[in-house]
Design a protein around this ligand. Structure first.
Ligand SMILES: CC(C)(COP(=O)(O)OP(=O)(O)OC[C@H]1O[C@@H](n2cnc3c(N)ncnc32)[C@H](O)[C@@H]1OP(=O)(O)O)[C@@H](O)C(=O)NCCC(=O)NCCS
Length: 165
């Protein structure tokens, strides 16, 4: 059982899953609804966050998403989620969404997403998350980039709050 003191590396909580796009998940032109992909992103990211924290987690925010490639009925959609960064009670999870051709297995990145989760206790109160120790160069790069996004998100929230008060 993880405690808030157990140091983990990102590889320990990686989640990979795949879905097959069905007709009811697509628009009349045969491409998947963005909202369907978004729900898969939230699901896979929350599992990675939960694996890292060893607690219940809630989605605090999802950064803006841009869909670079259409995903069509019959495509396999591969989602890879890993924890990029941890704060005190929150953590950022990055998700790479790839469209995979079912015959050739060729993969193309369709979109990337960054989600923030908060670890919560049984009273729904934020609690400390276990520390994260990036090991590989890629993990260190993701940590550094996530730290910039965390800073930017906090500054934006503060500014909006000040404007509204
Ligand atoms: C997310 C939630 C637990 C935060 O509670 P809170 O009392 O505002 O907590 P705090 O202000 O102490 O912030 C806790 C952490 O979350 C981060 N956080 C809060 N709101 C955030 C947001 N909108 N985006 C990113 N991070 C956020 C803070 O930076 C802080 O991180 P840190 O401890 O690592 O520094 C609370 O707003 C909540 O329960 N929201 C609803 C979540 C939900 O139901 N999600 C499902 C989708 S409907």
């Amino acid at each position: 059982m993880a405690t808030s003191k157990t140091i983990k590396n990102p590889a320990q909580s990686v989640v990979e899953t795949r879905y097959l796009v069905m007709p009811h998940q697509a628009n009349p032109f045969g491409t998947a609804f963005g909202g369907v992909i978004m729900s898969w992103i939230d699901m896979v990211a929350s599992m990675a966050a939960q694996r890292h924290c060893g607690t219940e987690v809630v989605t605090a925010s999802i950064d803006s998403l841009s869909f670079q490639e259409p995903v069509r009925i019959g495509d396999h959609v591969v989602l890879l989620a890993s924890v990029n960064y941890v704060g005190k009670t929150s953590l950022e999870v990055g998700v790479k969404v790839m469209r995979e051709d079912p015959i050739t297995h060729k993969r193309i990145v369709a979109t990337k997403a960054y989600l923030t989760f908060v670890s919560i206790d049984e009273n729904h109160k934020p609690i400390p998350v276990p520390p994260l120790k990036p090991k590989t160069d890629d993990e260190k790069r993701r940590w550094n980039n996530a730290a910039l996004r965390v800073k930017a998100r906090k500054a934006l929230r503060k500014q909006v709050q000040a404007n509204n008060s």
